[in-house]
Design a protein around this ligand. Sequence first.
Ligand code: ATP
Ligand code: MG
Length: 232
Amino acid sequence: MESVISVKNLDHFFGKNQLRKQVLFNVNLEIAAGEIIIMTGPSGSGKTTLLTLVGGLRSAQSGNLRVLGQDLVGANARKLTQARRHHGYIFQAHNLHGSLTALQNVRMGLEVQKGISSREMNQRAIAMLEHVGLGNRVNYYPDDLSGGQKQRVAIARALVSRPKIVLADEPTAALDSKSGRDVVNLMQMLAKEQGCTILLVTHDNRILDIADRIVHLEDGKLANDTNLAPAS
Ligand SMILES: Nc1ncnc2c1ncn2[C@@H]1O[C@H](COP(=O)(O)OP(=O)(O)OP(=O)(O)O)[C@@H](O)[C@H]1O
Ligand SMILES: [Mg+2]
C-alpha cells in the first residue's frame, strides 16, 4: 500500500546567497494510513519546518515529498491550498480567533469544504465540541476558556472536517500534565475512530506512549526510527 506521507531525500534551505542555510538534510520518512508518529528533537532541529512542508504550509524545494498521492515538491500556491484541505493542523498556541465563539471557530474547520449547508456546519461543529467535552461551552469566546479548553476547541476545529492527516506542533506545550494527557488521549481516540494519520511534534515525554512510532530529528537529520507497535 502506498504511504499516506512519503518523504524521500528531502533537503530544505532558508535564506538566499550568503545567508542561505540548510535546515533539513536528506530526510526519509514513510508513514502509513492510521499511524500515529511522534517526532522529537532539540529546539532548532527542524521539526516545525518538516511539519509545515508535509502540511503544504510552505513549498518543498528538493527531494521527494508525496502527501496523499500528491507530489508537493515545487508545488504552486494553488496546489498547496488544495493539499491543505485534507489536513487538520494543531499549533502550539491554539491559534483560535478571539473574536469568534468556540462554535464559530470550529465551523471554520468546515468552511474550506464545499457543499455543506450552514445548518449542517453548525450541527457538526456542535457535535464535535460535545465530543471533546465542551458541549456546555459552545458560545464561549476563547478568552473565557482555560488553556486546556482552548486546545480542545483547536482539536475540534482540526478534526471536524474528518481530515485524513492531522499535523500537530507541540499541542500540549501550553498545558499542565493532566490537560496535556486529556488532549492527546482525545486526539488518539478521534484518530482511531476516523482512521486518520497523525504526525505530532512534542518535547513532552509523558505522551510518547500514544505513538505507534517515534522518530527523532537532530540538526536537520532524522535518526532512530523506533517501532513501538505494528501499525494496524
Ligand atoms: N522562516 C525562516 N527563515 C530562516 N530560518 C528559519 C525560518 N524558520 C526556521 N528557521 C531556522 O531553521 C531551523 C529549524 O527551525 P524549526 O522551527 O524547524 O525548528 P524546531 O525543531 O521546530 O524548533 P523548536 O523546538 O524550537 O520549535 C532553525 O535554525 C531556525 O532558526
Ligand atoms: Mg518548532
